[in-house]
Design a protein around this ligand. Structure first.
Ligand code: ADP
Length: 478
């Protein structure tokens, strides 16, 4: 079944008749095939979504939509172990991470299912004899293009809010990892959505993805991925005067002030860059440390970094392999160039003994005193590479934190309450954590970026606003 696409409530072969390999990053071996969907399949999927939106799906009440979504949440929870095993094999992520991902994937359907019938409009005071209503309506058909780093979570994050407000959707998962998207689509089928409500077309980005982003029958596009592809998506949307939400990654700082409690900061700072092998949009990939504690803090950080263990998804250690040889080579290039620029390596973790040959492993590396104009201080690596950067005072910390092309998330570590608020307000990004850092999860929390990190918001109730449009109805009743 993995080599078929899901369109109009049925599984079918793609028009190309071709398949693509699915490789396990832990050993580099092919273990399944997926369909190579393309423009014709996207045409069929968009037409099916339109029929569902204008037909049976569009006629359901918000309560009925919500109930269906909540049933998906239950199904995911019931199949959590099977899905986690599949996700771990497909992405290489440690099993414990994949298990946590399934809890979050289920939670998206639970959260938006419960919220579906709580989208209330407004009544605006206007001229005498008038009543003005503001309604939130579905956009119609959404095109949802997701990446490979958290496939099951992304399935829930992008589809649940879109469906909750009444859209029908066409999902294009990433070719590197999409097996849980196909499996959860089966579970959605069992739940009994009207045919065409959810369609999943696998394939290459430049084929199926580009066809979806540029399709005239799509009313809104939600995209998570690289800034380069984000630009293409936005251009394709502009051609059709269509809105989109783009989440394009970041270079998120963790700012550690001298009064921070090291023992609470250290494990979180390490996890924020090591979780999912650093392949997380909101990875805390820069740690800014006040000069007065810089040596002491980095020494303790280095000690923890050096102890990290890297292994296959089944070995279930701190870090798995990266998603592909391309990604591993890209990360290795960053590390090589930084070494060549004589940026000090403060710590480097090791691959665990017995790591399968052929996997795409990259050991976590901690660089110190990274110059602000070096790419390690301002470009997204998307791997387990952390840049430590000293700062002098609060103003300096704010300047450095905001000094990259990105603006997704930030962490602030200080026990000074007034400083917490000042710095949080000064951050030019979409999410700020104080004395904590959530790289992932956070279903309830509006999430998204500014600048090169993209625009629009997902997660939380904010995502439901993004996936809907406002209609103002002005009634003159004399
Ligand atoms: P990454 O660099 O993390 O792989 P990408 O931006 O390349 O991120 O991919 C994210 C998603 O966008 C994937 O589903 C991919 O197939 C899709 N994609 C890639 N290229 C295009 C494109 N030209 N048009 C539309 N979607 C694309």
């Amino acid at each position: 079944m993995t080599d078929q696409i899901y369109v109009d409530g049925a599984w079918r072969r793609p028009a190309s008749g071709e398949t693509l390999p699915v490789v396990c990053p832990s050993d580099g071996k092919e273990f399944a095939r997926i369909a190579r969907g393309g423009a014709k399949d996207i045409d069929a999927a968009v037409a099916a979504a339109r029929r569902a939106y204008e037909g049976p799906w569009g006629k359901l009440t918000a309560l009925e939509r919500g109930r269906l979504l909540m049933k998906v949440g239950v199904k995911i929870a019931e199949h959590a172990e099977e899905l986690a095993q599949l996700e771990a094999r497909d992405t290489g992520k440690p099993l414990k991470q994949a298990r946590a991902d399934m809890v979050a994937a289920a939670r998206y359907f639970e959260f938006y299912g419960a919220a579906a019938d709580k989208v209330h409009g407004e009544v605006i005071p206007f001229l005498a004899g008038y009543t003005v209503l503001v309604k939130h309506e579905a956009r119609g058909v959404t095109g949802n293009i997701i990446p490979w780093n958290y496939p099951a979570q992304m399935f829930g994050r992008t589809l649940a809010p879109s469906l909750a407000v009444g859209n029908a959707a066409v999902l294009k998962p990433a070719e590197e990892a999409c097996l849980t998207s196909l499996r959860i689509a089966q579970l959605c089928h069992e739940v009994g959505f009207p045919p065409g409500t959810i369609n999943v077309v696998t394939g290459l980005g430049e084929e199926a993805g580009a066809a979806l982003a540029g399709h005239p029958g799509v009313d809104f596009v939600a995209f998570t991925g690289s800034p380069q592809v984000g630009t293409l998506i936005q251009k394709a949307c502009a051609d059709h005067h269509r809105a989109c939400v783009l989440e394009l990654g970041g270079k998120s700082p963790q700012i550690v002030f001298e009064d921070a409690k090291f023992e609470s900061v250290l494990p979180v700072v390490v996890n924020a860059i090591v979780q999912n092998g650093g392949q997380t949009c909101s990875a805390g990939s820069r740690v800014l440390i006040q000069r007065s504690i810089y040596e002491r803090f980095t020494a303790q950080l280095a000690e923890r970094f050096a102890r990290l263990r890297v292994g296959s998804h089944e070995m279930d250690l701190d870090c798995g392999p990266l998603i592909s040889a391309v990604q591993r080579d890209r990360v290795a290039r960053f590390v090589r160039d930084a070494r060549a620029a004589r940026i000090p390596v403060l710590a480097e973790a090791q691959l665990a003994p017995g790591v399968p040959a052929g996997g795409y492993y990259a050991a976590p590396v901690l660089f110190g005193n990274v110059p602000l104009d070096h790419e390690l201080a301002c470009e997204e690596v998307f791997g387990p590479v952390l840049s430590a950067i000293p700062f002098e005072d609060e103003a300096d910390a704010i300047r450095i934190a905001n000094g990259t092309p990105y603006g997704l998330a930030a962490g602030i570590w200080t026990t000074d309450g007034t400083r917490q608020m000042r710095v949080a307000h000064a951050m030019r990004c979409g999410q700020v954590f104080v004395n904590g850092y959530g790289a992932g999860g956070g279903i309830e929390l509006p999430f998204g970026g500014i600048k090169k990190s993209g625009h629009g918001r997902e997660k939380g109730l904010e995502a439901m606003r993004e996936f809907s449009v406002v209609k103002t109805i002005v009634i003159n009743h004399g």
